[in-house]
Design a protein around this ligand. Structure first.
Ligand code: PLP
Length: 404
């Protein structure tokens, strides 16, 4: 056995990464100012509890460069509100990715519509505009896209298809706070952009969400669904202002207080994460079988999560063995974590889909790519030395590839 092999953790050698508390993954971390903001909410009396909500909405409009923002209690509620606002009806079809969180596609059910799954682009894992166009039928009314892991979708092509076929576009931007496409913020390209602020997200409020739009009618309709007492006075929907439509989607004041501070830090935080992810990418992409998801120059991506493609044919080593070797080194690298939506049981039971079962469809690119993805931490809050240790773990594992 060579000396280098003897040091391989899988074979009993020392670990390359000493990060027992998984600080590489630690998120969110709230600082003293954020804790004080939460405490200040608890000290307020009744009427003042919600005063920050509209201030935050103005701040969101200023940051994203859009006219209307509506906070919600989570991202799922924001997407439901968007589906309602764009006028989806029972029987309508909505083209959606399968490689996403369930709230993107399953919320179609809440308006009686049916999801139609489209395939992805192999270089981005985002919905493929050409496949969107292939799946349009006379029933198609909207497209919902997810900017997966922080990589913007091809919005020029998607908006062009939507215009030609008179379809509404909802962006699920829950992974992409601060990302841009041609210098314009993600979440403001479509008719409505929806964001989650659940604790793992780049703008973490523990739970929370919001939607953005430049269209006053869409804003008023979204208010009417889940925000009683907030339906604009000059909207004809104001008549139902005292009740709304039976949902209650108001954001929690603690979430608002956290989100206001986190929004101010978002750009610096995204720059910090991007610098670290790029440092790792530049080194590990030299290893055989590792292919990063790189954003083309007209996009500014962010890193909600850091994924790379692992191509087993270039190393001859199965992905699970690589994961095992890296984990033995102390590097928490995993399989990616989203099951594909079109394979989920909930889409296969007629009892849940009065307008007809969604087509399971054929998504060859998505199915192939999904099995080849590795997830790394995005190193948002750890020490720089931990980033270096992860690099050492990869290089060590690859030096021992034949024995993995
Ligand atoms: C892509 C995507 N869409 C929607 C959501 C739903 O957001 P929430 O958990 O705030 O309801 C999430 C959250 O995990 C998500 O990742």
């Amino acid at each position: 056995m060579k000396a280098t092999e003897a040091k391989f953790a899988l074979h009993g050698g020392p670990r390359a990464v000493n990060d027992p508390d998984l600080t590489a993954w630690r998120w969110p971390v709230f600082d003293a100012a954020e804790k004080a903001a939460v405490a200040s909410v608890l000290e307020r009396t009744g009427g003042d509890l919600y005063s920050e909500m509209t201030t935050f909405e103005k701040e969101l409009c200023a940051y994203f460069g859009c006219r209307y923002a509506l906070t919600c209690n989570n991202g799922t509620a924001a997407i439901h509100s968007a589906m309602h606002a764009v006028g989806l009806q029972p029987d309508d079809e909505v083209i959606t990715p399968s490689y996403t969180y369930w709230a993107t596609s399953l919320t179609t059910r809440l308006v009686g519509a049916v999801p139609v799954f489209a395939d992805v682009c192999p270089h981005s894992a985002n919905i493929d505009p050409a496949d969107i166009e292939r799946r349009i039928t006379p029933r198609t009314k909207a497209i919902i896209v997810t900017h997966l892991w922080g990589m913007p979708c091809e919005m020029d092509a998607i908006m062009d298809i939507a215009r030609r076929h008179k379809l509404k576009v909802i962006e699920d931007a829950s992974h992409a706070h601060g990302a841009e496409y041609r210098g314009i913020k993600i979440g403001t390209w479509g008719d409505i952009g929806c964001f989650s602020m659940q604790g793992s997200k780049l703008l973490p409020a523990i739970e929370g969400g919001f939607l953005l739009t430049n269209d006053y009618d869409l804003y008023a309709k979204a208010c009417a669904l889940g925000h009683y007492a907030r339906v604009p006075a000059d909207s004809d929907l104001h008549a139902i202002n005292s009740t709304g439509l039976g949902y209650k989607y108001r954001i929690h004041p603690v979430a608002t207080a956290l989100a206001r501070i986190r929004l101010r830090k978002l750009d610096a935080q995204n720059r910090h994460i991007t610098r670290r992810v790029e440092k790792v990418t530049t080194r590990i992409e030299k290893l055989p079988g590792i292919h990063p998801f790189r954003a083309p120059s007209h996009m500014k991506r962010v890193y909600y999560q850091f994924e790379v493609i692992y191509d087993e044919s270039e190393t001859g080593v199965p992905k699970q063995n690589i994961i095992e070797a890296l984990q033995a080194e102390g590097a928490r690298v995993t399989d990616e974590r989203y099951p594909l939506q079109h394979r989920q049981e909930v889409y296969q039971r007629a009892e849940f889909w009065p307008a007809g079962l969604p087509e399971p469809g054929s998504l060859p690119v998505c199915e192939d790519l999904h099995g080849r993805i590795l997830q790394l931490p995005n190193f948002a809050t750890c020490e720089e030395s931990v980033v270096d240790q992860y690099l050492a773990a990869f290089e060590k594992a690859w030096a021992h590839l034949r024995t993995v």
